[in-house]
Ligand binder design. Structure first.
Ligand code: NAI
Ligand code: ENO
Length: 373
C-alpha cells in the first residue's frame, strides 16, 4: 500500500501531482525534494507534509518516489537514489520521453525496487510550482510503461494501488511499452511543439517587423501556437532524446507538406477536400470528455447571446432542474455575436432533460445528433 510519496522536482507537474493527491486523499504523506528556494515556496503554500534538502533522506521512507524533474535531472536522480530506497519501493517518473529513462532505471536501480515509467499527457506552456494546478490531470490520459518482463495485465494486478493513485488525479491510465510511447509522442506531442514554434517564426519572418501581421493573427493562429511559449530547456532534452522517432515523424510530415503544396499548384480540389474530410473525422475521435476509465459524457450544445448574466441563465435553469453539469467548455465567442458552450452530463438521460429544460427557458440548446454531427 502506498502511504508515503516523495516527489523529486516540485515544479509544474510535481507540484500539480502533490496538490491533486492532497485534495483527494489528505492522509497521504507527501515529501518534496528540490532546490532550497522551491522547498521554501512549497512550505509557504502548504502543498506537502515535509521537505528534504538531502535526496537520500527524502526517499528513505517512501513507498513511491515520483521523479518530476526535467529529463537530465531524472537521469541524475536515478543514479543517486538507488542505495537509499526501501526494499519493495516503487519509483516512477513523468518525462515526455520514455526509452532513455526505462533503460537508465534498469541499469541504476537495485532489484529490490520496481521502476514503472510514467507520462501524464497534460501540461501547460508555463512552468514552476507557482503555476501548478490540482486539476491539471483531470480527464487526461496518463501513460504507464511496465517494467521489463511485465505487461499491462501484470501491472494492473501487481500495482493496482499505483493505478488507483493515478485515477485519483482524474486521469485514465493507458499502459504502453516505451518504444510505442515514444513513437506516438513524436507524432502527437513533439511534432506539434516544433510546428507551433515554426508557425510563429514563419509569420515573424514574413512580417519583417510589420505589426499588422500579428493583428491579423486571430483564433486559429492562437489555437495552434499556444505551446510556442513553452520553455526550451525542458523541450531540448526531450527532442534530442527522442531523435529517431522524431526524425521519422518529421520526414513523414515533410512529404505530406510537399504533397499538399502540389495539390494547391495542381488546383486538385477533390484531393484537398478529401484531406479536410479525413482530418475532420480523425479529430472527432480524439477522446476529451472522459473521466476515469473511458466513461464518455453526454453533450449538450448551447448558443447564447453575449450579454451580462447569459451564463447565469444557463446554470440557474439547470440548477433549478436538479441537473449537475460535469464539464463545461466555451467553444467560440466573438464580441457581440454570442458564443457556443458545450455542457457535459453524466448520462444521456440527463443531457436530454437538460436540453428540454434549457429550451423551455427560451435558450437555444441541442444534442450533437440533432445536427447530424
Ligand atoms: N510541462 C509540461 O507540460 C509537461 C511536462 N512533463 C515532464 O515533466 C517534467 C518536469 O516538467 P515541469 O514540471 O514542466 O518543469 P518545471 O520546470 O516546472 O519543474 C521542474 C522542477 O524540477 C526541479 N529540478 C530540476 N533538477 C532537479 C533535480 N536534479 N532534483 C530535484 N529537483 C530538480 C526544478 O527545480 C523544478 O522545480 C519533465 O520531465 C517534462 O518532460 C510531462 C508532461 C507535461
Ligand atoms: O500545454 C499543453 O497543452 C501540453 O500538451 C503540454 C505537454 C507538454 C509536454 C508533455 O510531455 C505533455 C504535455
Amino acid at each position: 500500500m502506498i502511504e508515503r510519496i516523495t516527489i523529486c522536482g516540485l515544479g509544474l507537474i510535481g507540484g500539480s501531482l502533490a496538490m491533486a493527491w492532497k485534495r483527494a486523499r489528505p492522509e497521504l504523506h507527501l515529501t518534496a525534494f528540490d532546490r532550497r528556494e522551491v522547498l521554501r515556496q512549497a512550505r509557504e503554500l502548504g502543498v506537502v507534509d515535509a521537505t528534504a534538502e538531502d535526496v537520500a533522506e527524502a526517499v528513505a521512507e517512501a513507498d513511491l518516489v515520483v521523479l518530476a524533474a526535467p529529463l537530465r535531472g531524472i537521469l541524475y536522480l536515478l543514479e543517486e537514489i538507488g542505495p537509499h530506497l526501501k526494499p519493495g519501493a516503487r519509483v516512477t517518473d513523468v518525462c515526455g520521453v520514455k526509452r532513455p529513462i526505462m533503460a537508465h532505471a534498469r541499469e541504476m536501480l537495485p532489484e529490490t525496487v520496481t521502476f514503472i515509467g510514467g507520462h501524464p499527457m497534460a501540461g501547460s506552456e508555463r512552468r514552476g510550482l507557482a503555476n501548478a494546478d490540482p486539476f491539471l490531470f483531470e480527464n487526461a490520459t496518463y501513460v504507464l510503461c511496465p517494467p521489463p518482463g511485465s505487461d499491462a495485465v501484470r501491472l494492473q494486478q501487481e500495482h493496482e494501488d499505483l493505478l488507483e493513485l493515478i485515477r485519483l488525479l482524474g486521469a485514465r491510465v493507458l499502459v504502453l511499452d516505451a518504444e510505442r510511447h515514444d513513437a506516438i509522442a513524436a507524432a502527437v506531442s513533439h511534432l506539434p511543439q516544433l510546428l507551433a514554434v515554426l508557425l510563429v517564426n514563419t509569420a515573424a519572418e514574413l512580417s519583417k517587423g510589420d505589426e499588422t501581421f500579428l493583428q491579423l493573427a486571430a483564433g486559429g493562429f492562437r489555437d495552434m501556437t499556444r505551446i510556442a511559449s513553452s520553455p526550451f530547456d525542458l523541450w531540448r532534452d526531450v527532442l534530442f532524446a527522442n531523435e529517431g522517432p522524431l526524425l521519422d515523424t518529421l520526414g513523414h510530415f515533410a512529404a505530406n507538406l510537399q504533397r499538399l503544396r502540389n495539390r494547391i499548384i495542381e488546383e486538385d480540389e477533390q484531393a484537398l477536400a478529401e484531406a479536410f474530410e479525413q482530418a475532420r473525422r480523425t479529430r472527432a475521435r480524439i477522446p476529451r470528455d472522459t473521466k476515469g476509465f473511458l466513461h464518455p459524457l453526454a453533450d449538450v450544445y448551447v448558443r447564447i447571446e453575449d450579454r451580462p448574466g447569459a451564463l447565469y441563465r444557463i446554470t440557474r435553469t439547470l440548477y433549478e432542474a436538479g441537473l449537475n453539469i460535469q464539464d463545461i467548455e466555451l467553444l467560440k465567442v466573438r464580441e457581440g455575436t454570442g458564443g457556443t458552450f458545450r455542457l457535459g452530463f453524466a448520462t444521456e438521460a440527463d443531457a436530454d432533460r437538460a436540453c428540454e429544460a434549457l429550451r423551455q427557458a427560451g435558450i437555444e440548446a441541442f444534442r450533437p445528433d440533432d445536427h447530424g454531427n
